[in-house]
Design a protein around this ligand. Structure first.
Ligand code: PEP
Length: 257
């Protein structure tokens, strides 16, 4: 598996979580768009709340920043009160969807099997899934990091084809680093990113070197460079620091030079 980091375009996604009115989201998206307008060779994505997706997508249309959903349901339509489907996200202007975020796994009881169904729904609808995996602090302390992450990767990718994986992105997000201000060290991230790539290679040897694996967990302008210096870290999934345009723009700039 010859690694070829240069062939993997850096990718940064701001996860705005449950934050922002429509107007606030459009304003933040506009600032991000303006701040990255001159950058080349980097993919920039923002993930607003569902209610703001359409307005943000309209504002960003034709520009360098794409829009992601923060979740989707696994069925396309039907009697599923409160859910939002992948085709609806696509219709609203999304190109990507974050799936299996640890907050959904921990707070909403989302299981590996659901993440797999959602990934298939996203791909069916033409969306690129950003599949999140990561261990809890207890799992890390018990030496179970690679076992847990490997199981999550295998489960999420069950029955996906090579063409599906080619459109997918994986995000390694150690749960203990999300929103805590405590990021994984570059070496800790690299160990798990390498492991994930090797795991992908077991099923799709030719493709694994081309799949982008993002790091997420307290990414900030002052730590992204060290993380991106690692061979298998291809970008960032950014929560808190993406809510301030200037800090997200600095992360994108620092991380893509
Ligand atoms: C996230 O929400 O995916 C995340 C990584 O959050 P934060 O950057 O705030 O740790």
């Amino acid at each position: 598996m010859p690694a070829s980091k240069g062939a993997r375009r850096p990718f940064f996604c701001g996860n705005w979580k449950l934050q922002g009115t429509v107007n606030e989201s459009v304003a933040l998206a506009t600032e991000v768009r303006n701040g990255v307008a001159t950058l080349r060779d980097v993919d920039v994505v923002v993930a607003p709340s569902f209610t703001a997706i359409h307005a943000v997508a309209r504002r960003l249309e034709g520009g360098p920043v794409s829009v992601a959903g923060q979740d989707c349901f696994w069925e396309d339509k039907g009697a599923f009160t409160g859910e939002v489907s992948a085709p609806q996200l696509s219709d609203a202007g999304c190109k990507f969807v974050i799936l299996g975020h640890s907050e959904r796994r921990q707070l909403m009881g989302e299981l590996d099997a659901a993440v797999n169904l959602k990934a298939k729904a996203a791909l069916r609808a033409g969306l690129a899934p950003i599949i999140c995996v990561g261990e809890t602090l207890a799992e890390r302390d018990a030496g179970e990091t690679l076992g847990r992450v490997g199981a999550q990767v295998d489960a999420a990718l069950t029955d996906l084809t090579a063409a599906d994986l080619a459109r997918s992105i994986v995000a390694y997000e150690p749960v203990w680093a999300i929103g805590t201000g405590r990021n994984a060290t570059a070496a800790q991230a690299q160990e798990v990113h390498r492991f994930i790539r090797t795991r992908l290679a077991a099923k799709f040897a030719d493709l694994a070197p081309t799949v982008r694996i993002l790091y997420g967990g307290s990414v900030k302008p002052d730590n992204i460079k060290a993380l991106m210096a690692e061979e298998d870290v291809d970008g960032g999934l950014v929560g808190g620091a993406s809510l301030i345009a200037d800090s997200f723009i600095r992360i994108v700039k620092e991380g893509s030079v």
